[in-house]
Design a protein around this ligand. Structure first.
Ligand code: SAM
Length: 211
């Protein structure tokens, strides 16, 4: 995501303790205690400016949502969108997905969303793809039995790569679409990137797998 860096974003994030969890590893294994309910926990990795997870949280009060984003400036843009709102079932964490197994205990997460993850097309960058081996190991660990992953992308090569990865890691496919918005699904919550691709009439690839 090519966005201007916001000066002192890390410090500015501290103005939003209601939404930003500054030391997320302290809640390892105790996220439900933190949310003070027994609702399932859904995690979006690479939430960008947050449109998707904010709408999900507003529509699904019986779910706890955590949005993960590696860049401070982008996390800040996301949290600023909800600064004056009171959305109790949403928290944001500014961290790299490679640390998620230090933040969530085994089986603590019910669903993971991977929306328009950077495709990293060059073979030498494979390790950076959010469906490469090290990330798959983390997802398998933190997801509960029958836990799910939903992935959307505009990139056919990344989609194909991810299909093979999920298959090789023993996930069961419960839904696949090569044209998500051309299908008869209703009430699709879109992301910022998705809106741009739809404007250009690009097809969106989608898959849902179960552990
Ligand atoms: C292409 S953007 C998509 C943003 C948003 N999901 C959307 O669809 O509009 C990918 C996002 O993932 C974030 N990201 C990339 N690698 C990450 C990682 N290892 N951990 C957390 N976030 C990551 C990027 O900073 C960026 O905001």
């Amino acid at each position: 995501m090519r966005l201007r860096k916001i000066k002192d974003a890390e410090i500015k994030l501290q103005q939003y303790p209601q939404y930003v969890v500054f030391d997320p590893a302290q809640h390892y294994g105790r996220w439900l205690t933190f949310f003070n309910n027994d609702y399932p926990l859904y995690l979006e990795i690479g939430m960008g400016k947050g449109k998707f997870i904010i709408e999900q949280a507003a529509r699904n009060q019986g779910v706890n949502f955590v949005g993960c984003e590696v860049y401070e400036s982008i996390t800040l843009r996301a949290v600023r969108k909800i600064a004056d709102k009171d959305i109790g079932n949403l928290k944001m964490i500014n961290c790299n997905a490679q640390d998620l197994d230090k933040i969530f205990a085994a089986g603590e997460v019910k669903k993971i969303y991977l929306n328009f993850s950077d495709p990293w097309p060059k073979a030498r960058h494979e390790k950076r793809r959010l469906t490469s081996k090290d990330y798959m190991d983390i997802y398998r660990c933190i997801l509960c039995d029958n836990g799910e992953i939903e992935l959307k992308t505009d990139n056919p090569c990344f989609f194909e790569y991810s299909l093979i990865q999920f298959n090789n890691y023993g996930f069961h496919f419960t839904d696949v679409s090569l044209d998500l918005h051309g299908s008869d699904r209703e009430n699709i919550i879109t992301t910022e990137y998705e809106e741009k691709f739809l404007e250009n009439e690009q097809k969106i690839y989608y898959l849902k797998v179960k552990k």
